[in-house]
Design a protein around this ligand. Structure first.
Ligand code: ATP
Ligand code: NCN
Length: 228
């Protein structure tokens, strides 16, 4: 714990806005849950690495994977069906009992706004402390999310670096107090778009998604046609 704090301060804190309060105080009595939303089209091994790092570093009781029906920033992207993405998530989350999958966004029409999901979860589980688990690419544009200030009132942000990017807040967050934890993980170059384009080209994707998901993609002929 001490080593991690020192690491966070030395490597990343000086680059963060003063409004980003690094949070280390987890109470023993509150249930602490991570919300990990994504298109997961398909889920890949960097998603799993991020989820595992968040579980460990935030001492989560549970991490809920929430596949989006339609990510608000990907309106032009027609993802694989919700059923296929849930089936792949089941394979990706195998073996970790603290992982769960919540498919509520798949049943909600329109863009999958995270604030709506968090409001529902807060109402259902009033005693739970929530962390929204996101990659750096999302933190960098978090001020474009629907009612992002509302999200900050409902959850802390747990942010992982992605590729060579360092953790940097979106400009709009500079003067807005928010609770931040940096999730330390070895940066991984995986992306779902790479998986889709490799699959469309008939290339093996096992190294990016693992054997069970790669087998599912092949057996169900997913991503045969190239798309963004
Ligand atoms: N390689 C990665 N390292 C860290 N975080 C990641 C990585 N890939 C995805 N994430 C994070 O996981 C969440 C869900 O991502 P998503 O399902 O959109 O996958 P993606 O690989 O970014 O997809 P696409 O390539 O289609 O944009 C986002 O918060 C994203 O920042
Ligand atoms: O609520 C928003 O406005 C919003 C804007 C962008 C992304 N999100 C959520 O962030 C998660 C990752 O999105 P994406 O585009 O990387 O798949 C997914 O759960 C989206 O619903 C949410």
């Amino acid at each position: 714990m001490v080593a991690r704090r020192r690491h966070a301060r030395g490597r990343a804190l000086h680059r963060l806005p003063a409004s980003a309060r690094l949070d280390h105080a987890l109470t023993a009595t509150t249930r602490t849950v991570g919300l990990f939303g994504g298109s997961f089209d398909p889920p890949h091994l960097a998603h799993r690495a991020l989820a595992q790092a968040a579980l460990a570093q935030l001492a989560l009781d549970e991490l809920v994977w929430v596949p989006a029906r339609q990510s608000p920033h990907k309106a032009d992207h027609a993802p694989a069906s919700g059923a296929d993405r849930v089936a792949m998530l089941q394979r990706m989350t195998e073996g970790e009992p603290r992982f769960s999958i919540d498919a509520r966004e798949l049943d909600r029409a329109g863009p999958s706004y995270t604030v709506d999901t968090l409001r529902q979860l807060h109402a259902e589980q009033p005693g739970t402390r929530w962390w929204l688990v996101i990659g750096q690419d999302q933190y960098a544009r978090f001020d474009t999310w629907h009612d992002w200030r509302g999200i900050l009132a409902l959850a802390g942000l747990a942010v992982a670096a992605r590729d060579a990017d360092r953790v940097r807040a979106a400009p709009g967050l500079a003067d807005v107090p928010h609770t931040l934890r940096i999730v330390e993980m070895t940066p991984l170059p995986h992306s779902a778009s790479t998986v889709r384009s490799r699959a469309a080209a008939g290339l093996d994707v096992t190294a990016l998604v693992g054997t069970p998901v790669a087998r599912y993609i092949a057996d169900h002929h997913l991503y045969r046609i190239a798309q963004p």
